[in-house]
Design a protein around this ligand. Structure first.
Ligand SMILES: Cc1cc2nc3c(=O)[nH]c(=O)nc-3n(C[C@H](O)[C@H](O)[C@H](O)COP(=O)(O)OP(=O)(O)OC[C@H]3O[C@@H](n4cnc5c(N)ncnc54)[C@H](O)[C@@H]3O)c2cc1C
Length: 385
């Protein structure tokens, strides 16, 4: 029976839990991470395609992801591991007035939040992504500091750094309950005993509601499934991530980029969404996305697809995460509802959570917590969710 005391127990060794544990261990906190899987990143993290952007519509997410970009883009020079980082930028393209208006309408907020991004007329955009279809192109945004890397490599590298900094990880451990006394958290009950702690961080991703129910809270996370795929490797031809937010039959958007190793990875948001936990691939995904991608970039028609997969987005009502203490249960901190952006949010958010726990928040942290508060009004939907 485990009885060790920890300053913090993090539930979930995924996109959020691993960098959070790393940040806290660096600050000297005694932190334990528990996960039901046998190794880190086996929930949604390994299904991400690896995009890291600060091009968002909510200022809180922009600020977090600007820090994530710093961490990811300097990882190799700081820690030595290759994570296949590429600063290729993100380009959101517009072939219709609707998309042009949405993208241009976000620029003021994005600039005010410190994001380097500009609208490019067709000729300029084509100089950045020459293989885009020219016919009907109205232009698009380009944010040069965004990029991508391998979620498997970065996830593992952060896990190793967290261990080196003193964080403990226990795998194959299922959380079954949270013990409380006098309205505050006292410990985490698991398949392998109880771990005592005054602070629990729910970083359980698509499964966060299960943990919430253990303290009588309904977090309202609604998981839905998304497919991704990867082609054979080819010579470099595409630098930015291309994102098309135009809704078409069966898909709300589509996005793709070329990895440092030559393969093109791609994904879309199905419309209507596939609600629930089903992660079996569908026969409809490849015909749908290949048609969209070839329409956007005819040159892709000859690429052969190597494999597809399906993973979960932990969705919230408005498409933005839920981050903050639960007023009802002292010591219970939520870092959930990452939707389609947990991999890019994780590194920056981990540092914010560390300061929250140590009560050393900056003005920026307060701003972020305000924007992502679990008790916000949930009016509207994030434009780039
Ligand atoms: C096709 C696809 C493409 C994507 N592309 C991107 C992208 O380019 N960029 C990006 O930022 N995001 C992307 N995402 C989204 C990203 O994968 C998720 O937002 C992110 O992984 C969620 O992180 P998380 O830490 O909240 O959850 P996870 O990484 O799933 O971690 C949660 C962990 O909690 C553990 N857990 C849950 N309940 C318990 C319990 N009771 N006991 C013990 N352990 C428990 C789970 O085992 C899991 O390991 C993509 C997703 C998909 C499906």
């Amino acid at each position: 029976m485990a009885t060790t005391n920890y300053d913090v127990v993090v539930i979930g060794a995924g996109s959020v839990g691993v960098p959070t544990a790393w940040a806290m261990a660096r600050s000297g906190l005694k932190v334990l991470v528990v996960d039901r899987h046998a190794s880190p990143g086996q929930g949604s993290n390994k299904t991400a395609i690896g995009g890291v952007r600060a091009t968002h519509s909510e200022p809180a997410k922009i600020r977090i992801c600007l820090r994530s970009l710093e961490i990811a883009s300097t990882w190799q020079e700081t820690y030595g591991d290759s994570i296949e980082w590429t600063t290729g930028g993100y380009s959101f393209v517009a072939y219709e007035e609707r998309e042009e208006a949405i993208l241009k309408g976000l620029l003021d907020t994005q600039h005010a939040s410190g994001l380097q991004i500009d609208w490019h007329e067709p000729e300029s955009l084509l100089s950045l992504a020459p293989d885009l279809r020219q016919d009907g192109l109205l232009g698009g945004t380009f944010s040069p500091g965004d990029g991508h890397c391998s979620p498997l490599l970065l996830g593992h590298a952060m896990y190793e750094q967290a261990c080196e900094a003193g964080a403990e990880f226990r795998f194959g451990v299922e959380v079954t309950g949270l013990s409380r006394k006098d309205g505050r958290v006292r410990g985490v009950e698991t398949s392998h005993g109880t771990f005592e702690t005054p602070i629990v961080i729910n970083a359980a991703g698509a499964w966060a509601n299960e943990i919430g129910r253990m303290v009588g809270l309904d977090h309202g996370i609604a998981p839905d499934s998304h497919e991704g795929g990867i082609t054979e490797p080819v010579a470099p031809f595409l630098k930015p991530m291309i994102v098309d937010i135009k809704p078409t039959e069966g898909a709300a958007n589509c996005y793709f980029f070329q990895l440092a190793t030559g393969q093109v990875v791609f994904a879309l948001t199905p419309a209507p969404v596939f609600a629930g936990f089903d992660c079996r691939e569908t026969s409809g995904f490849l015909p749908l996305i290949s048609q969209r991608m070839v329409e956007l970039m005819p040159r892709l028609a000859d690429l052969r697809v190597r494999r597809t997969w399906r993973g979960l987005y932990p969705m919230t009502r408005d498409g933005a995460p839920l981050v903050g203490w639960a007023g009802e249960v002292e010591g219970y901190l939520m870092a959930i509802g990452m939707c389609g952006h947990g991999f890019m949010i994780g590194p920056g958010l981990g540092e914010v959570l560390d300061r929250v726990v140590r009560q050393e928040m900056t003005d920026d942290d307060r701003f972020i917590l305000d924007g992502l508060s679990p008790t916000r009004s949930f009016e509207g939907t994030a434009a780039l969710k």
